[in-house]
Design a protein around this ligand. Structure first.
Ligand code: SAM
Ligand code: SF4
Length: 429
């Protein structure tokens, strides 16, 4: 979501004649887009602004965007010296006003206001992280209020874009030569537009399942979606994947814990059995769907036995990949008021133990790709070798293979001969 936000900010500025550079030292204005999901992410802002302030040469205008900006607002000026303006998560459409105001009047400008009704969600070709892959926001904000999470406070309530807007965006991306789109949002499967515009005539048990079929109907080559909320993950989503080859075989379904007691305290809205039921449906699919997840260890009150439930859950599910986090208390969330009773050493031990169980299980489940042929979008030359290309498979694995640059932007068949935890290696068929 943050990458997508940054791409839209760059698009808006480039459209107004600003030149975009990644070279901090060459910039007249430095924009820092922030995340506040964990404390560590927030601390990066402090060190980044400090580095700019203490660097040699003329000082650029420094603007802070994103979740930390939204949550802290003007208090950031007092907390961190060297910030000129603060722009909240929904105010990014007014980035040029913020810069112009700061250039004319100096530091102290803040805008935490609402999104404009005609906000442009499109990203210019030149500002996309890849010429072949594009992010398409379909829902912003979150209504779930999991007790540990700051997102509903930093991003506000769920608002779904209309299907007609989304489909128009996808058709335009297809026209521009984009091969793969990612429908994105905190919880894509909670998608609920105010009207049915664009979904008429499409089957589906939920608006998201209808949207998937409608987007598949645009004929764009590959469609991925991220993130799915377990409680709202309807089996009809799997049916839609089975019916449409261009809906990719990858689902990211964050479980957070294997213990029902912890899931209740997190207010996730699912039990571990209901989660397993969804995993079973995904695993029994006619498509080989790869599964990924997020897990938190060391949530307040997590006992050894609760942790063991997370270990068992990881063993049962056999994820292709998993992001494991140590619980990080976020001020303003309900969990922040709970007793953070798990010692940092215990959190670290559980993190390492769970990672090791996950890696062992992952080594087993990834073996199914050995000698298989995957369809890979050749996205860029490999950083390690000029004769190698790298890209993602339909099941969202990074795949490296030998190939010439002429293949970039094409979907090619790659036969897999080596498997590492974060990437696969193969040769062109
Ligand atoms: N909406 C998604 C969902 O429901 O799972 C996840 C969005 S959240 C930005 C990404 C991940 O960050 C979460 O799945 C969770 O594992 C992790 N996370 C969120 N708050 C956290 C916290 N306070 N401490 C540690 N990890 C956290
Ligand atoms: Fe955070 Fe829960 Fe919303 Fe995901 S569903 S963004 S974890 S509050």
């Amino acid at each position: 979501m943050n990458v997508s936000d940054s791409e839209r900010v760059a698009t808006s500025l480039a459209g107004k004649g600003y030149e975009i550079t990644r070279d901090e030292k060459a910039a007249d204005v430095v924009l820092i887009n922030t995340c506040s999901v964990r404390e560590k992410a927030e601390q990066k802002l402090y060190s980044r602004v400090g580095r700019i302030r203490h660097s040699d040469g003329p000082k650029p205008v420094v603007g802070v965007l994103g979740c930390v900006a939204q949550l802290e607002g003007e208090t950031l000026f007092k907390k961190i010296e060297g910030i000129d303006f603060v722009l909240g998560t929904k105010a990014v459409g007014r980035i040029s006003q913020a810069i112009e105001h700061s250039l004319e009047n100096g530091a102290g400008y803040s805008d935490l206001g609402e999104r404009e009704p005609d906000y442009d969600w499109n990203v210019a070709d030149a500002q996309r992280h890849s010429p072949y892959v594009a992010f398409v926001p379909i829902i912003e904000g979150c209504n779930k209020f999991c007790t540990y999470c700051i997102v509903p406070f930093s991003r506000g309530r769920e608002v779904s874009l209309t299907a007609s807007t989304i489909i128009r965006n996808v058709l335009e991306l297809r026209r521009q030569g984009v091969k793969e789109i990612h429908l994105i949002g905190q919880n894509v499967n909670s998608y609920r537009p105010l009207s049915d515009a664009g979904l008429e005539g499409f089957a589906g048990a939920t608006p998201f399942a209808k949207l998937l079929r409608a987007v598949a109907g645009t004929g764009i080559e590959r469609i991925k979606f991220n993130t799915s909320f377990p409680r709202d993950f309807h089996p009809d989503i799997v049916d839609a994947i089975e019916e449409n080859e261009n809906l990719c075989n990858w689902v990211h379904l964050p479980v957070q814990s294997g213990s029902d007691k912890v899931l209740r305290a997190m207010r996730r809205g699912h039990t571990i059995q209901s989660y397993f039921k969804k995993i079973d449906r995904l695993k029994s699919s006619t498509r080989d769907i790869s599964l990924s997840t997020d897990i938190i260890v060391g949530f307040p009150g997590e006992t050894d036995s609760d942790f063991l439930d997370s270990v068992k859950m990881v063993e049962y599910c056999g994820f292709d990949s998993a992001y494991i986090f140590k619980y990080s208390p976020r001020p303003g969330t309900p969990a922040y008021e709970m007793n953070d009773d798990i010692a940092p050493e215990t959190k670290a031990e559980r993190f390492l133990a769970l990672e090791s169980v996950f890696r062992k299980r992952q080594t087993e489940v990834l073996q199914r790709y050995r000698s298989s042929t995957l369809q890979v979008l050749a996205e860029k030359s490999s950083a390690k070798s000029a004769t190698d290309l790298t890209g993602h498979s339909t099941c969202h694995k990074v795949v490296n293979f030998k190939g010439s640059k002429e293949l970039l932007g094409n979907v090619v068949n790659v036969s897999i001969f080596d498997i590492k935890s974060n990437s696969l290696f193969g040769e062109l068929c």
